[in-house]
Structure formats: C-alpha cells, structure tokens
Design a binder for this molecule. Structure first.
Ligand code: NAP
Length: 304
C-alpha cells in the first residue's frame, strides 16, 4: 500500500510516497481453539485405550485473585478438552507440607500431570517446589530436568507453555523455514518466557539476542529484529519507530492501560509490522492451549 508523507527535504516540505505494510494480525484465539480440538481427540483416544481420562492435579496456595482466575480458566479448558482435573486450594501451607503433597501426587498412578500455580506466597521456595514435581508430570515444564532437556535439544522435554505457544503460532502463520538465519530479539529474560523462548528459537536456527532492563540502547536491538518478542510489562514500550519495517512482533505482555483495559507492550504497529499479535487474543489463548497439550503428552509419556 502506498501513502504520501509530508517530509522536510533541503528546507522544503515535500510530499513523498512511502510504502505502508499490509500488517497481518495473528489470531491466537483461533489457532488455540484448533489446538484444543486436537487435544480433545487425543484425550478421548487416551480414555478409550486406558479406561480413564488424562488427569491433572492443580495446586493453588493463598488468596491471589489473579491466580484464582487463571486456575478457573485452566479448569474450564480441561473440561473443554475432556481432561480430568483435581484442584487443591490451600489457604496457606509450609514448604514441607506442600512438598509432601507433591510427592504423594508424584506417586499417584492416576495423576498424569501436576501444576503449582505461581506466584507462591513469600514463605515458599518456588524453585524447590517446581523441582519437587516428577519431571514426567511437570505440566508447566519449569523444573530443572525439563529446562535442561530443552537446552540440550532432547525432544521429550515438556516445554514452557508461553514460548511453546509462540513457536506454534509462528509455525502456523509464517513458515519456520523462512525464519532460519534471521535475527530474533526477545525483550525478557524470565524463566517462563525469555530463556525457554531463546532455546526454542536457537533450535529453529535463528540468531537470538536477549534484552532486559540493564541492556544499553535497547532500541538499537529491537530495530534490527526480524522477529521481536516483547514481554516487558509496560504499555507503549514498543513504538512503530522501534521496529524494523515488516518485522514479526509477538506481544506477550498483559498490562492494564490508563482505562483499566487489557493491553500489551506495543503501540499500534499497523502499517509498519509484517505481523502482530493482538492483546487480548494473541499469546494468552495459546499459553492456555499449550498447557492442555502438555497434559496429554505427560499422560502418554508415563504410560507408553
Ligand atoms: P518478569 O519476570 O517481570 O520479566 C520482565 C522482563 O522484562 C525482565 O526480563 C525485565 O528485565 C524486563 N524489563 C523490565 N523493564 C524493562 C525495560 N525498561 N527495558 C528492558 N527490559 C525490561 O515478567 P514475566 O513473568 O516474564 O512476564 C512478563 C509479561 O508477560 C507480563 O506482562 C506478564 O503478564 C506477561 N505474560 C503473559 C503470558 C501470556 O500467556 N500472555 C505468559 C507469561 C507472562 P530484568 O530481568 O533485568 O528485570
């Protein structure tokens, strides 16, 4: 698409044509619905084969309204996908009691997958809790064994849901082949987003840069990204002038704007980005769908 732009050239205002990119919106919600339909078919096949549905145990500790909403959504996704779930709601607990519950669930034959909703109250050591879950039942893939397998390229790793959902979206919307050798910039270095994402993009033969709050001149990196993944948690962090024209931009963040509306990190990038994910309706539904996929793969992994 061609538009005219008013530019100052040699002290004179001139109308110059600029190419506007036909930005495509990646519909995460629709892709996630398809993933859930596939998961449901797998769950039904599993039930027919083993005489019971795949089953996840979810543990939620304390009274965190956001966590309660997340767990309610996960319960509903399980119902949609024909997966059994048991939710343990503990008003409070100690490290010892929580680890002992996890050990019990690890040893329970009819529990295929375990998830402890994060964040945990401050008295609990989240890393130790994640590592107490048996690796083959680790639905979030946050434990050290799954993380190590992911970085070592071992294919039976259970992968963190958000980056796995992004990989799946890329696979659906642009050919992964076309991304080989291209530059991916991730603005986030958390264990749930940036680090596992980097491992997956390296496996896809991309050249990967991770940025974070201490990165100097961060926009010099974002401007060179063919694929930009942002999960900073700041509305308006990425502006149209911060990206390379035609870039694929994946907005992971879930922020509230001044009107208390859900938004990501990006300003409106239409006409500049090649592809963008909406917030809501982009990465969020994919994260939820990937959890359902992880439960099925945990179930089959144990019983094969
Ligand atoms: P986090 O652990 O707080 O990570 C935020 C990252 O952004 C950190 O690496 C931080 O750098 C970096 N950062 C903060 N300010 C920055 C700045 N000014 N310049 C450059 N980097 C900066 O959070 P998270 O758990 O990864 O989540 C990040 C966002 O993604 C949140 O909005 C969260 O709600 C969203 N999220 C969404 C989904 C989904 O399914 N859609 C899933 C997970 C997370 P340092 O490491 O240096 O602090």
């Amino acid at each position: 698409m061609k538009t005219m732009n008013n530019k100052l050239i040699d002290g004179r205002r001139l109308q110059v044509p600029t190419l506007k990119i036909d930005t495509k919106i990646i519909d995460g919600k629709a892709i996630a619905e398809n993933v859930k339909l596939e998961v449901k078919q797998h769950a039904q096949r599993f039930a027919a084969q083993y005489g019971r549905k795949p089953h996840i145990a979810m543990i939620v500790i304390g009274r965190n309204p956001a966590s309660e909403i997340y767990v309610r959504n996960k319960n509903k996704d399980c119902e949609d996908c024909d997966i059994d779930q048991t939710t343990y709601k503990l008003p409070d607990t100690t490290q010892e009691r929580l680890e002992s519950l996890i050990h019990e669930l690890n040893a329970t034959e009819t529990v295929d997958a375990i998830l402890v909703q994060m964040p945990l109250p401050k008295n609990l050591d989240a890393k130790a809790i994640q590592n107490a879950i048996a690796w083959e039942k680790d639905a979030d893939g946050f434990g050290i064994e799954n993380t190590g397998k992911l970085w070592s390229g071992i294919t039976d790793a259970t992968c963190a849901c958000t980056p796995n959902g992004i990989r799946h979206m890329l696979h659906e919307c642009v050919s992964l082949e076309s991304l080989k050798g291209k530059h991916a910039v991730i603005v986030n270095r958390s264990n749930i987003v940036g680090k596992p994402m980097a491992a997956m993009l390296l496996d896809m033969d991309m050249t990967v840069t991770i940025c974070h709050s201490k990165t100097e001149n961060i926009k010099t990196y974002t401007k060179t990204a063919d694929l930009l993944i942002t999960a900073v948690g700041q509305p308006g962090f990425i502006k149209p002038e911060d990206i390379k024209p035609g870039a694929i931009v994946i907005d992971v963040s879930m922020n509230k704007d001044a009107h208390n509306k859900l938004c990501g990190d990006c300003e409106d990038l239409t006409g500049v980005a090649g592809y963008i994910t909406p917030v809501p309706g982009g990465v969020g539904p994919m994260t939820r769908a990937m959890l359902m996929q992880n439960i099925i793969s945990c179930a089959y992994k144990r019983l094969k």
